[in-house]
Design a protein around this ligand. Structure first.
Ligand SMILES: Cc1cc2nc3c(=O)[nH]c(=O)nc-3n(C[C@H](O)[C@H](O)[C@H](O)COP(=O)(O)OP(=O)(O)OC[C@H]3O[C@@H](n4cnc5c(N)ncnc54)[C@H](O)[C@@H]3O)c2cc1C
Length: 358
């Protein structure tokens, strides 16, 4: 882990690989990470508290505007549980509502968004998209409560960038959800992501124009294609993707612990090691490993990151996290050997090490 990185653009003048890197910035995170880019705040994932729990993939959202209009969260016993959790009840911040909904589900109860009183017959006109999703799932929100559950929604973490959208890799800019500017802190406020993308896209464009100029004399870039580059075993891929998703949901979700994160990291590393030719699968596993490793290293709870074993914010850790692929792999090696040794001394030493990480 490191606290700050020099900006590589200042060390290396613009070169032919500038265009290569621009194109890489349009692809996914993992290509950039393999190029050595520093990743920031990967542990901070925002969960939407009320995705429709009707078995659809991806799960459509029951907009927060519904709660804004007065819709209530009730459990399968009919109890309005948010009043016990926060003074703002249903209008508490996203992470608090998501954890409360998760706790109900963990306790074996289903959760519903009850719009019958607050919105009732206006539902189809006021919320046509959510209404259409509900009707497609056989639910009439005018007369029935909507089953809901938390779902992964936004990643505050990503490729670390400065205020010009430059990454730590010379000639590589990153904009949008792939980037981590630090603007969202540990928990994005709704709609700030699109605003950030607009602002930083303009900044990146200005900066690229200054660095690259008119592009004359710059070599033609070779495109890096992930999908279809090499033959893959599709059945094995589907199984592995399902395992990544199950692992992230069960062990790196709304509530995390050292044990769940360690288990997840070992599973994800195994998937990466057996991905073979399948770069797309290896990239999915890598993105998941970065979230998991960073979550393991942050021994506190803050924003979208909640550790049951460290439930409070630690003022000494009120700073961004930064990690590279090399550092992630070093952490994985330590965990793998500690797991193999299975001695309490090793685990205690690892706990101390994790707790000391900046
Ligand atoms: C349901 C939902 C509702 C939201 N509502 C809001 C909202 O109201 N307000 C708000 O501000 N934000 C909202 N967000 C968040 C916001 O939509 C995203 O942060 C934003 O769209 C990210 O834009 P992006 O261009 O960075 O990434 P994306 O929109 O994810 O675009 C990335 C593109 O890259 C492509 N790609 C990926 N890998 C590769 C590859 N290897 N090669 C080539 N192409 C590749 C993908 O296919 C995709 O087209 C919402 C998100 C969700 C999921």
């Amino acid at each position: 882990m490191i606290a700050a990185r020099p900006n590589a653009h200042d060390e290396h003048p613009a070169s032919a690989d500038v265009i290569d890197a621009c194109i890489a910035a349009l692809t996914n995170k993992s290509g950039q990470i393999r190029a050595g880019a520093v990743v920031a705040d990967a542990e901070f994932v925002q969960f939407h508290p009320t995705a429709l729990d009707v078995g659809l993939e991806p799960a459509p959202l029951a907009s927060e505007a519904l709660r804004g209009e007065g819709a209530l969260l009730i459990n399968s016993d009919g109890r309005r549980f948010m009043r016990d959790v926060a003074p703002e009840a249903e209008l508490a911040p996203r992470d608090i509502v998501a954890r409360a909904v998760f706790a109900e589900i963990e306790a074996g109860r289903r959760v519903f968004l009850d719009c019958r009183q607050a919105i009732g017959a206006h539902f189809p006109d006021a919320f046509p998209t959510v209404y259409a999703h509900c009707k497609a799932a056989g639910i009439d929100p005018v007369t029935e409560p909507i089953p809901v559950a938390p779902a992964e929604h936004y990643h505050m973490g990503g490729i670390a960038t400065d205020t010009r959208a430059r990454t730590s890799v010379a000639g590589l800019w990153a904009v949008g959800e792939v980037a981590s500017t630090g603007l969202h802190g540990a928990n994005r406020l709704a709609s700030n992501s699109l605003l950030e993308a607009v602002v930083f896209a303009a900044r990146a464009a200005d900066d690229i124009a200054q660095v690259v100029g008119d592009g004359r004399g710059v070599a033609q870039a070779a495109l890096y294609r992930v999908a279809g580059a090499k033959p893959v075993d599709h059945a094995a891929r589907e199984d592995a993707i399902a395992l990544i998703r199950d692992t992230m949901s069960a062990d790196v979700g709304v509530v995390r612990t050292r044990r769940s994160l360690t288990r997840a990291l070992l599973t994800l590393r195994e998937i990466a090691d057996t991905a073979g030719n399948d770069t797309q699968l290896a990239n999915m596993a890598l993105a998941a490993r970065l979230v998991t490793g960073s979550a393991l290293l942050r021994t506190e709870s803050r924003g979208g990151h909640y550790r049951r074993d460290y439930p409070d914010p630690d003022p000494s850790k009120a700073q961004r996290s930064f990690v590279t692929l090399d550092e992630l792999e070093a952490l994985e090696c330590r965990i793998a050997s500690a797991t193999m040794a299975q001695t309490s001394e090793t685990w205690l030493a690892m706990d101390a090490e994790v707790a000391c990480a900046p």
